[in-house]
Design a protein around this ligand. Sequence first.
Ligand SMILES: [Zn+2]
Length: 170
Amino acid sequence: MARLQLPNPPPSSPAVRSVMQANRARDTQPERRLRHALRAAGMPGYRLNWKGAIGRPDISYPGRRIAIFVHGCYWHHCPRCYRNLPKSNPEFWARKFELNHERDARKRRQLEDRGWKVFEFWECDVRDRLAESVAAVALTRASDPVDDANQARTRERAPARTAGSARSTS
Ligand SMILES: [Zn+2]
């Protein structure tokens, strides 16, 4: 997948630097917290960044086709936590956040086209609304009684290569 990633500008102050360093992409503290809560709620058996699913979701249950993304509030510009653009380089950040949102939406669409249920949580959801977030996943899981082990063995079958190629980008 083409990665529309802009390099980051140098941090404008030590405070900004520490925010940026605290917001790493993989295996973040909110992800670990969510995984712990999923296990505690009787939902072990997830995969991390599973290659078989589009966009390598942070957490997934391949058998039940449940994909979970945990978005960093800073990098994905959570509307609850960051109402305004950063003061320094606002045009750059506006574009970067727009690209991140587009990428998130594209992954979601592609997964849903293939029958996946997609959850996108903000890290502040995990921090402030953990029980509700886990309950939403549990509800979906319970409503779709697929044999996990059996399904996981068959993995993702090659999808029909018809949809998507003719998508208009305008
Ligand atoms: Zn947030």
